[in-house]
Design a protein. Structure first.
Length: 264
């Protein structure tokens, strides 16, 4: 299944950071969990995106990714810098909604309605650890399948996997392929999986499965989780953070200044 290459500008959010951030979900983790669970139970399908600094800034340069975000059922503000900017824009109730927080809370709350979960991404070893950890922590959680696709710059939506997900009658498919691969993947997979809610959660599989340590709570709450991750994986993350985090901060400052000047 190949991605489309032409777009109607009316279907795509503007290539401006403040507009992208303003389109994100406003609320706390409990409200986000409730919204996702209710959506999954209705069987409306579609996909939800967790929008961190990397995803949002990348989308400014990639109309295909921006179109994917535009069509998401919900765009959660993933990371304190995004939530801070939302609050700075007037949405005072905005809080960060991170994958490592959202996923286990949905699994927990989903037990009440027997929500069925399927996991795509990472490695078989990590997925097995993740499934065991979740079932141990939340007895009765319905983890009905996992799949570790081969590494690819842009993984295909394979028909055997689609058939497997359909056969399990999964209601939520959690995808951990890394950004922005997972966002592009869920958008391509959604039409083949009507009634299924797909959610890309980045490194959540590694954190929850025990493959990686997560930053202490105080670093998460103060917007310094990226410092901890950079120290943990400097070779992989240095170039990414140098580019995308810097651009996010510069664009945010410039666009806020223009907005303030224009309002004055």
């Amino acid at each position: 299944m190949q991605p489309e290459t032409t777009y109607d500008a009316k279907d795509v959010l503007p290539a401006r950071l403040l507009e992208l951030v303003s389109s994100c979900f406003v609320g706390d983790i409990e409200t986000a969990v409730d919204r996702l669970v209710k959506h999954a139970v209705t069987g409306r399908g579609g996909y939800m995106c967790l929008c961190n600094v990397h995803v949002l800034t990348s989308a400014l340069h990639d109309i295909r990714l921006r179109r994917v975000l535009s069509r998401a059922e919900v765009r959660f503000p993933d990371g304190e810098p995004v939530a801070w900017l939302l609050r700075r824009l007037g949405s005072t109730q905005a809080q960060r909604i991170g994958g490592p927080d959202l996923l286990p809370c949905v699994v927990d709350k989903g037990r009440d309605v027997r929500l069925r979960h399927f996991f795509v991404g990472s490695t078989e070893r990590n997925l097995d650890s993740l499934a065991r950890a979740l079932v141990d922590r939340y007895p009765g959680a319905d983890i009905i399948g996992v799949h570790a696709p081969p590494y690819a710059a842009e993984p295909e939506v394979e028909e055997p996997l689609v058939q497997e997900i359909r056969a399990t009658r999964a209601q939520v498919v959690w995808v951990g392929l890394g950004a922005p691969k997972q966002e592009l993947w869920v958008a391509r997979a959604a039409p083949a999986l009507p009634g299924v809610t797909l959610v890309g959660v980045g490194a959540a599989f590694a954190f929850l499965g025990g493959g990686q340590r997560r930053a202490p709570a105080w670093m998460q709450q103060s917007g310094l989780e990226w410092v901890f991750r950079l120290a943990s994986e400097p070779r992989r993350l240095t170039a990414r953070y140098a580019r995308w985090n810097s651009e996010f901060m510069v664009r945010a400052a410039l666009e806020l200044a223009r907005r303030q000047f224009g309002a004055g």
